[in-house]
Ligand binder design. Structure first.
Ligand SMILES: [Zn+2]
Ligand SMILES: [Zn+2]
Length: 372
């Protein structure tokens, strides 16, 4: 895990002379508002980790002194690495720091956020350009309707767990960079619920949750890139005992379009001209993301000429404007000639001179200024 470069005092919003109590108070306040279970801000997790790191350093005299004198470099030199932690275990982390419970769950850790669901869809490039709505089916665990999530057969009740006496947690002593502390751990016998099911519900086999097929209409925004994902908050697997549901991540695969090559927001395509079309000039139909576009090519068009169709590329995702479409001209030289055709070309060649092939400077200057 990368260590933050930001100033620890600034992260906690305290002055350099803040005492332990102030630092503790600032951290508690920030942790409660920034935890991803509570905050919907997209950068909440990142900020939360930074705040935890800041607290780890500033709450301990040795690391705080090192930081005050030498900054981040000093800490690294002193061998400090921030504790890496799983956000799901935040309640444990909090009770580790303060010996109490973050969200006032009364020591019952059975309430847990549901897991996330990952679903996949595949769309055409043209749909990625225009934006598209898609029904996305996925299996999701929901609260069992038969037992209402208790896991007990209807008519029976779960009984108090004997291992933890219904507290749902067991105390354990462990070590970390903060020193030794009493950590309370989820009871393995009841999974933190404090109760065990003796007569399980037949529909969910005592888990309190069943699997259901769900379908969501997902709006794919214009300009999406292959491999990007859309997060739909709170539509994932059910949490346990009323905990928040997880999220759904819809991974979007944009099918390659054989007519185009996409590079960022620009698209490229090629157009074939016969040798005579290139020499005489021609109007050709070019495929675009919105159907065909007529392109007038001047007499004497050279292979490798690039035409730019401004604003015909992909839209900028969550932004304004569009990329361009670049059309590369390919000139097809005949590969098999009849005797008659060969004779005609030779005759043409005899009538041609250096001037026939000479570049029209005015024309090229125009090209350059138009397409640069
Ligand atoms: Zn059930
Ligand atoms: Zn228990």
């Amino acid at each position: 895990m990368a260590t933050t470069k930001r100033d620890y005092y600034e992260l906690l919003g305290v002055s350099r002379s803040a005492d332990d109590a102030e630092i503790k108070k600032a951290f508690r306040g920030l942790a409660r508002t920034l935890h991803p279970d509570v905050s919907n801000e997209p950068d909440a997790e990142e900020r939360f980790r930074e705040v935890v790191e800041a607290y780890e350093v500033l709450s301990k005299p040795e690391t705080r002194q090192l930081y005050d004198r030498y900054g981040h470099e000093g800490l690294r030199g002193g061998g400090f690495t921030p504790t890496s932690f799983d956000l799901g275990s935040l309640a444990d982390l909090f009770s580790a720091f303060f010996g109490d419970d973050l969200f006032g769950m009364g020591g019952r850790a059975g309430r847990a956020r549901g897991a996330d669901v990952v679903a996949q869809i595949e769309i055409e490039l043209a749909d990625a350009a225009a934006g598209v709505s898609r029904e996305v089916p996925f299996p999701v665990t929901v609260t069992c309707a038969t037992c209402g999530g208790s896991g007990a057969k209807p008519g029976t009740q779960p009984v108090t767990c004997a291992t933890c006496n219904g507290r749902g947690r067991l105390q354990q002593v462990s070590r970390s960079v903060l020193g030794e502390f009493v950590r309370s751990q989820t009871c393995p016998a009841c999974g933190g619920v404090g109760q065990v099911v003796e007569d399980p519900c037949l529909d969910c086999e005592g888990s309190g949750r069943t699997v259901e097929e769900r379908s969501l209409a997902v709006e794919v925004p214009p300009g999406i890139h292959d491999g990007q994902q859309i997060r739909i908050s709170g539509e994932g697997h059910a949490g346990s005992l009323g905990g928040r549901a997880g999220d759904v991540y819809v991974q979007v695969h944009v099918k390659p379009d054989p007519r185009f090559v996409r590079e960022g927001n620009d698209i490229f395509c090629t157009v074939d001209l016969t040798m005579t079309e290139a020499a005489l000039g021609a109007t050709v139909k070019v495929p675009t993301l919105e159907g065909e576009h007529e392109l007038r090519l001047e007499p004497g068009t050279q292979p490798g000429t690039l035409h730019v169709l401004r604003g015909r590329g992909m839209p900028v995702l969550q932004g304004f404007g569009r990329g361009d479409q670049r059309v590369l001209v390919n000139v097809q030289v005949p590969r098999r000639l009849t005797e008659e055709q060969q004779r005609l070309l030779e005759e043409f060649d005899r009538s041609a001179s250096a001037e026939t092939y000479e570049a029209d400077e005015g024309f090229f200057q125009k090209l350059k200024s138009a397409f640069r």
